[in-house]
Design a protein around this ligand. Structure first.
Ligand SMILES: [Zn+2]
Length: 317
């Protein structure tokens, strides 16, 4: 589905290309799924599109090849899990910076999540940045600017990607998805303004899933065996903890009368209201603190099933 909120950045790149002022390395920084990778691909199209007008056409053979990640001059490496990319791979890709492109105007090398680079890889990248080439463009992305080497940052033009305001994101989602307003609203709030994440939530049936979890955990209570299943793998556990956290956060917002605008589970307002009425403010804060501790344990790779069973036993279902 083609909805992109970073039209402004793409527009800016078009101006840079027209004025022949395109730099050799850019670093896109922003939250996970905030559209950095998508924008990098859009820029590769912009540089190489065969029928460029206001923007790239997204129909010509070049645009289609880039979209399908099969263009020989547009190379993407996703470094999400750091160590899994070997230094030889990085060196091999970076060595292409100096070569003439096979068929494109300019070779575009996109490297995502450079914060996970090993020292060795970061040094290889730095060496490439120190010896720029006119035939290639490097687009790097990070969701943690602090972790990137200063020497790398100082050699790139940095663009910051901000989360979108709720109304704006709901508007964009409406263009692409024929879904109930409460589902769009939930996906926007839960993704914290990240278009990419909101799309994943909508396409993966997350809305229905989170409601099942809320029904079980908050309204019916989960027994030990069911809990084991909920915590079967990392992804399930993470989702489970995050859903319960957002629920308790919503309950506290309602309790303190902080207004309805920031409530994530708008679709369950009646349930949320009766839930928070069963607890005092201190009790709700206690539950939330308990969950924060569990989250920390999970991040430190501890088994959280006993703690989750305790949390369940504290709920008045
Ligand atoms: Zn095109």
């Amino acid at each position: 589905m083609e909805i992109n909120h970073n039209k402004q950045i793409v527009g800016l790149f078009k101006t840079l290309i027209e004025k022949k002022r395109l730099g050799h390395a850019y670093l896109f920084s922003g939250m996970e799924s905030s559209g950095k990778g998508e924008t990098a691909v859009a820029i590769a199209k912009l540089i190489n599109c065969e029928e460029l007008k206001e923007s790239f056409c997204d129909r010509c053979p070049t645009c289609l090849k880039i979209e399908g990640r099969s263009h020989p001059d547009v190379i993407t490496i996703d470094n999400e899990f750091g160590e899994s990319i070997k230094i030889e791979q990085i060196r091999n890709i970076l060595s292409q910076v100096k070569l003439r492109p096979y068929m494109a105007e300019k070779r575009v090398i996109i490297i995502e999540n450079i914060e996970n680079f090993t020292q060795e890889s970061a040094n290889a990248l730095l060496k490439t940045l120190e010896e720029p080439s006119a035939s290639s463009l490097l687009v790097l992305t990070t969701s943690d600017l602090e972790k990137c080497l200063d020497t790398v940052k100082s050699r790139c033009h940095i663009f910051l990607f901000y989360p979108l305001a709720h109304e704006k994101l709901v508007g964009l989602l409406k263009e692409g998805y024929d879904e109930k307003p409460e589902k769009l609203s939930f996906s926007s709030q839960y993704s914290q303004g990240c278009l990419g994440r909101a799309k994943v939530l909508l396409e993966g049936g997350f809305f229905e899933e989170k409601n099942k979890i809320i029904d079980k955990f908050i309204s019916q209570g989960i027994n030990t065996d069911q809990m084991k299943k909920m915590l079967e793998d990392k992804k399930k556990t993470k989702d489970f903890l995050n859903i319960i956290f957002s629920w308790l956060h919503d309950a506290l917002l309602l309790k303190t009368g902080m207004g309805l605008d920031n409530i994530v589970h708008q679709d369950r307002l009646a349930d949320l209201t009766s839930f928070q009425e069963r607890y005092s403010y201190e009790e709700l804060t206690g539950l939330k603190d308990h969950l924060i501790t569990i989250h920390k344990m999970f991040n430190e790779k501890f088994n959280v099933s006993i703690s989750m069973n305790i949390l369940q036993s504290l709920l008045k279902v």
